[in-house]
Design a protein around this ligand. Structure first.
Ligand code: NAD
Length: 468
């Protein structure tokens, strides 16, 4: 490891840490001011962000960047600003009978300096979204954007100092070597958003200092269409969730479980729906590019493997000319469960359609795989909904839609097990980046006076009462 790099990262962390020590519990007014500055940054730089992301992707629709990155970010900022004072208030907690004259409460205390590691797929939302909660909780932050988006990362590094001092928020640019050094810094908390494979390395690096971690990872997020649900309506919502950012979305529907007799109907409905999203083809700019050639090749190989092993491939023909790497929207009908497409997160516009004969079989298939980041259920049957919710575990769920849970500012967002640990957004994010300090205060007298030697009648009575 380059010592110069190591020293400059440590110096940046030290600068933030000493500024934090000088102000370890910023007031609501200070936090609101930081949130307001972040809001100004997002609003004033939104156009520049759209341009930079589009240039790094080859093509990424401005509408996608605005609707899926800028808008949710502004919603989180509004929500945090208006609830901040209430979130910061100490929470009263009860005390048991023998300790009735104590008062107990929880104080949410800032942690210090939080590291934020960002993937390439939603580079603005996933850099600045965690920052909303980090700042609301009274912390400072160092952000490491993805090396796969040089223009966006450079823009972030250029504009952040116009709104924040380096002791408040700083952006660290660089490649994998910098990311590795960054993940090994002794932060007070580190939030990593990225792949499960790199998440393991980040966890190992953080373990050196026992740095507390939030891991926002990936996985295979299933859709289950129940027998009662209209196929056209499900196809509309699945096409939306899958095609945004050309499937390069952590919570994109990864595969669809559908009653066997409805496979053909779903295939036709999805093909028609997806084609209708891009009537003028990719050059109209609405169809995002694949970020790098190696990801395009990975998708091609995975589809070819499924084809060679008997899956039927249906390509939604759209004109793919235009900038960047493009992959055609592709449906893969009934692939074998041990093929690449059914084992690894797909992260592209390829959608396996998997038939099931009864719902228990669908639940079993989901449960045999790693716990997913998101689960999508399509049903109007409340009993079935309860059964599916009780029978599966996932980070989040949207029922009768896709992606929607991520933009609900009052819901925790995160994975479970291999899809991540620790959730953020709104109050849950504030709590995640705070230390919940339990405080017990003796008011009138300290009950331990009855429990000290020499133990007499009172101590015996107390012992009997306390071991009741
Ligand atoms: P990635 O894991 O390749 O990279 C993420 C970050 O890790 C980047 O900043 C990179 O610089 C850094 N990095 C790379 N190698 C490293 C190493 N050896 N040590 C330390 N850091 C390293 O992920 P990606 O390709 O940028 O993003 C796609 C993945 O992210 C998908 O799996 C997707 O599901 C997941 N994701 C999850 C969420 C979520 O909220 N759960 C959101 C978006 C993306």
């Amino acid at each position: 490891m380059d010592n110069v790099l190591d020293d400059s990262l440590k110096a940046a962390l030290e600068r933030q840490r000493s500024a934090f020590q000088a102000e370890p519990f910023p007031s609501a007014a200070i936090r609101r001011d930081r949130i307001d500055r972040l809001r100004r940054l997002v609003k004033e730089q939104a156009d520049a962000f759209c341009d930079a992301v589009a240039a790094d992707f080859g093509n990424r629709s401005r509408h996608e960047t605005t609707l899926l990155e800028i808008a949710p970010l502004l919603a989180e900022l509004r929500h945090a600003r208006s609830h901040l004072a209430r979130w910061m208030r100490p929470r009263r907690r009860g005390s048991s009978l023998e300790f009735l004259q104590l008062s107990n409460w929880v104080q949410y205390q800032p942690l210090g300096v939080v590291g934020i590691m960002v993937p390439w797929n939603y580079p603005i939302l996933l850099a600045l979204g965690p920052l909303v909660d980090v700042l609301a909780a009274g912390n400072r932050a160092m952000i490491k954007p993805s090396e796969l988006l040089p223009k966006t990362s450079a823009l972030l590094a250029e504009v952040v100092p116009n709104y924040f001092s380096p002791a408040e928020v700083t952006v660290v640019q660089g490649g994998v070597e910098v990311a590795q050094a960054f993940s090994g810094l002794p932060f007070d908390h580190l939030i990593f958003t990225g792949s499960t494979a790199v998440g393991k390395r980040v966890m190992a690096a953080a373990a050196q200092h026992l740095t507390p971690l939030t891991l926002e990872l990936g996985g295979k997020s299933p859709c289950v269409i129940a027998p009662d649900y209209p196929i056209d309506a499900a196809a509309r919502d699945i096409a939306f969730g899958k095609m945004m950012n050309a499937g390069q979305t952590c919570i994109a529907p990864d595969y669809v479980l559908v009653p066997r007799e409805k496979v053909q109907q779903l295939t036709e409905a999805l093909t028609a729906r997806i084609r209708s999203l891009y009537p003028a083809g990719a050059q109209a700019g609405d169809y995002s590019s694949i970020i790098a050639e190696r990801f395009q090749v990975r998708l091609e190989n995975a589809v070819e493997e499924a084809r060679s092993r008997g899956a039927k491939i249906v390509t939604c023909e759209i004109d793919l000319s235009g900038g960047g790497f493009r992959f055609p929207p592709t449906l893969v009908i009934d692939p074998p469960d041990d093929c690449l497409l059914m084992q690894d997160e797909i992260f592209g516009p390829v959608l396996p359609i998997v038939p099931y004969d009864d719902i228990a079989q669908a639940v079993d298939l989901i449960n045999r795989k790693d716990r997913p980041l998101a689960l999508y259920l399509f049903t109007h049957d409340n009993t079935l909904e309860k059964r599916l919710l009780a029978g599966t575990i996932s980070g989040n769920v949207t029922i009768n839609g896709t992606l929607l849970h991520i933009v609900q500012t009052d819901l925790p967002f995160g994975g479970v097990g291999p899809s991540g640990q620790g959730a953020y957004h709104g109050f849950d994010g504030f709590v995640r980046f705070s230390h919940a300090r339990g405080i017990a205060k003796v008011r009138l007298f300290n009950p331990t006076i009855f429990a000290t030697p020499p133990f007499g009648t009172m101590a015996k009575w107390l012992a009997r009462f306390m071991t009741r």
